[in-house]
Design a protein around this ligand. Structure first.
Ligand SMILES: [Zn+2]
Length: 513
């Protein structure tokens, strides 16, 4: 009898917990109306991109965007809007002038951009191009005394292939269906060492050392991944306050790189270049932008639902899809909730992370400072109060579902939360992990952190870390859809009785905590 009673009690409990996921349809309808027909997401995106400029970590553009976001969140009535310090990052860096062209055998402008944290040319320089073929330190010694005043080019490691596939894509139903049935692979993965890549990187570092010592002007980089005027351009070396300025490394559009290389092979090539860069070491502290809507339920108002995306970008363009898009969506989700005047039971906190591009440093430090018991490397009492973290950082594409990060227990909950948005293309839940962004900082210590599945659009082909990551590549309808869904997820997470379930077992993270 008692068993039977327990059974019924359990069955009732299940029914109740399933029922509590039923989203509040009246609020969801209001969120949809506000998010889809009164959207402010593109205006937010304008301020984070065109108006702020490139947002390289600790650059003036980053601080323009961070302060604008903080002030705007404050104007919307959020509490505790701040640039919250998380620890030491390093130097700011800004590109103040960038010019490169070929002057012999004839004049031709070149498409090129310096990598970050590199030094300038000290005025306009004209330099002959020298091909360096040295594969090791012994061969490199033969170039001693030959590099002063020269611009260095290395033999290309790839060739340009025509693009037979479209730059932009969306998930096909078949791809989403495959993701939905994904089962985690429990077999140990074979780690193959990328020895030759490491060797190439070490040799490049040696070449740059010699070039700097000898007084060369610059080294040129080029890869066939970037073509048709698109340059993938990232970090040029260390950025700590103590580290010296890095040798000037200019990434050229691949077609220009190959032209210079072939001509240098055939005869004399001269380039002129003027690059001016500015380092800022005055404030080496890293900051995340944070703000809150305070919880109202006496019992659970100190519990937290967090949303975020990284505000920092690379420097080649405005970081529109990486990741002004995610930040604009998260801010817009907050604006929607504030406009509707919702009174969440739990506190809702937005965080716009910094230094994601240097290895999720801003969010890792935030999670360590707030949520981690550094002795056990598991979450502490404050971490225990985190109901959920939702991240957006896969470009401008609309939300198609959620990566559950191996957390099967959230499936029935998210299924119901997505249901009102199935008609907008968001219905897929996958146990798959997805990496490369800030939800990992939460997931690493067992906190429920999730990244949404997004259509790729032109992310890896055209915009991610390129000089073409500009406002025009943002898709307004996609961002409006995403903000609407995020607002609804945040609301549901802030209102349900329980925090989101956590994974049963999480190994202590290897590093960063
Ligand atoms: Zn990103």
């Amino acid at each position: 009898m008692r068993k039977l009673f327990l059974f019924f009690a359990f069955a009732l409990h299940c029914l109740v917990s399933a029922a509590q996921e039923k989203p509040d349809t009246a609020i969801i309808a209001k969120i949809r109306a506000e998010g889809l027909t009164h959207s402010g997401v593109m205006d937010i995106a304008f301020h984070l991109t065109d108006a702020s400029g490139p947002r390289l970590m600790n650059s003036p553009g980053f601080f323009r965007a961070a302060n604008w976001a903080k002030n705007t969140l404050k104007e919307w009535g959020l509490d505790n809007a701040a640039l919250e310090p998380w620890g030491t990052f390093g130097k700011g860096w800004e590109l103040q002038k960038s010019y490169i062209a070929m002057t012999a055998p004839y004049y031709k402008p070149l498409i090129g951009l310096p990598k970050t944290w590199t030094s300038g040319t000290n005025g306009l320089q004209t330099a002959e191009v020298v091909i360096v073929t040295a594969k090791d330190s012994v061969e490199l010694m033969t170039y001693t005394g030959k590099l002063k005043g020269k611009i260095i080019i290395l033999p290309p490691s790839d060739t340009l292939k025509p693009g037979y596939t479209a730059d932009a894509s969306r998930y096909a139903d078949s791809q989403l269906a495959k993701m939905a049935t994904y089962q985690p692979d429990t077999t140990r993965r074979q780690i193959t060492r990328v020895g030759s890549l490491q060797q190439a990187a070490a040799q490049l570092a040696r070449i740059k050392d010699l070039a700097k010592k000898e007084g060369a002007v610059a080294i040129l980089s080029g890869s066939a991944r970037g073509h048709d005027g698109t340059i993938f351009v990232q970090g040029g070396g260390a950025y700590t306050v103590q580290s010296p300025e890095n040798f000037l490394d200019i990434t050229l559009a691949f077609e220009d790189y190959m032209t210079v290389y072939r001509l240098a092979n055939a005869g004399t090539v001269k380039l002129e270049a003027e690059v001016k860069t500015k380092f800022a070491a005055a404030d080496s502290i890293g900051y995340n932008v944070v703000a809150e809507i305070k919880g109202t339920d006496k019992k659970i108002k100190d519990e937290l639902v967090m949303i975020g995306g990284h505000l920092d970008s690379w420097h080649g363009a405005m970081g529109a899809t990486d990741n002004a898009a995610g930040c604009a969506v998260m801010m817009e989700a907050i604006r929607i909730l504030k406009t509707l005047g919702v009174k969440p039971r739990r506190t809702i906190r937005i965080a716009l992370w910094s230094a994601e591009e240097q290895g999720l440093i801003g969010s890792r430090n935030y999670v360590r400072n707030h949520f981690t018991d550094t002795a056990t490397r598991k979450y502490n009492a404050e971490g225990d109060k985190l109901a959920a973290y939702f991240n957006l950082d896969n470009g401008t594409g609309k939300i198609r579902g959620v990566y559950m990060q191996g957390n099967e227990a959230v499936k029935p909950i998210f299924t119901q939360w997505l249901q009102p948005f199935n008609d907008l293309g968001a219905a897929t839940l996958t146990l798959q992990n997805t990496g490369g962004t800030d939800h990992l900082s939460f997931d690493a210590i067992g906190l429920p952190g999730f990244q949404f599945i997004q259509d790729a659009i032109e992310y890896s082909t055209r915009t991610h870390h390129t000089n073409m990551d500009s406002y025009d590549h943002l898709q307004p309808a996609d961002l409006m859809q995403a903000a609407t869904i995020v607002a609804s997820f945040v609301y549901n997470a802030a209102m349900r009785d329980e925090k989101l379930p956590r994974k049963a077992f999480v190994a202590a993270p290897a590093r960063g905590f």
